[in-house]
Ligand binder design. Structure first.
Ligand code: E4P
Length: 224
């Protein structure tokens, strides 16, 4: 399973990269705004700075919502760096833009997927990734993980090459359930990745090991 970090914060991206577990980054206009990034030149420079940290897979989302404008913006984003994946919303013009961009060899990530039908449509258009939003479905009392299973079944039925990128992942249980289903990628906030390491028995066991080692050293010093 590939791990992407869902943030526009260079510090958080560097943190996850330094852990040695990072395969990519997803951003969206809200995450860029949270970092105070605005204005075309600043946005482009920020995407370049992200690309300079990670090895591949930097999803940069278009703001445009018409076919022609999405294509123009997508081409500009893709020209920033070969690591860029153009993120396109699940709207009809978006489907057409995915078809166009994928035909030009540009990778795409179809975002705001909330149904299996939307995922199938994006895959038919040639999307590299589809991003079903688990947490936002859970928020409205739909089963986000069930959607991941449905998409997995459909993509396997027809051997579709589009990868399932689980998005809106809120906690480690979401992540682990996606892994059990066999999703290709999960994009998560940094705290989800750092939380994976936590277990009270690990902390307790390590404290015991260190204490036993200290006592053995003390005993040896007394006997010497
Ligand atoms: C996906 O690419 C989105 O950026 C993201 O996962 C949305 O997550 P949220 O629902 O926690 O905002």
């Amino acid at each position: 399973m590939k791990f992407f970090i869902d943030t526009a914060s260079l510090q958080e991206i560097q943190h996850a990269y330094d852990m040695g577990i990072l395969d990519g980054v997803t951003t969206n206009p809200s995450l860029m705004a949270k970092e105070g990034i605005s204005g075309k030149a600043n946005v482009m420079a920020h995407y370049k700075a992200i690309c300079d940290i990670v090895e591949d897979n930097v999803s940069a989302e278009v703001i445009a919502t018409t076919y022609e404008e999405m294509i123009a913006e997508g081409l500009e984003l893709a020209a920033i760096d070969p690591k860029i994946v153009v993120k396109i919303p699940m709207i009809e013009d978006g489907v057409k833009a995915i078809k166009y961009l994928s035909g030009k060899g540009i990778r795409t990530n179809c975002t705001l997927i909330f149904s299996a039908g939307q995922a199938l449509l994006a895959a038919k258009a040639g999307a590299t990734y589809v991003s079903p939003f688990i947490g936002r479905l859970d928020d409205i009392s739909f089963n986000g993980l069930e959607l991941i299973s449905e998409i997995k079944t459909i993509f396997e039925n027809y051997n579709l090459g589009t990868e399932i990128l689980c998005a809106s992942v809120r906690h480690t249980i979401h992540l682990l359930e996606c892994a059990k289903i066999g999703a290709d990628v999960a994009t998560c906030p940094l705290k989800v990745f750092t939380s994976l390491k936590n277990h009270p028995l690990t902390d307790k066991g390590l404290a015991q090991f260190l204490e036993d080692h200290r006592k053995a050293e003390e005993l040896q010093a007394v006997q010497a």
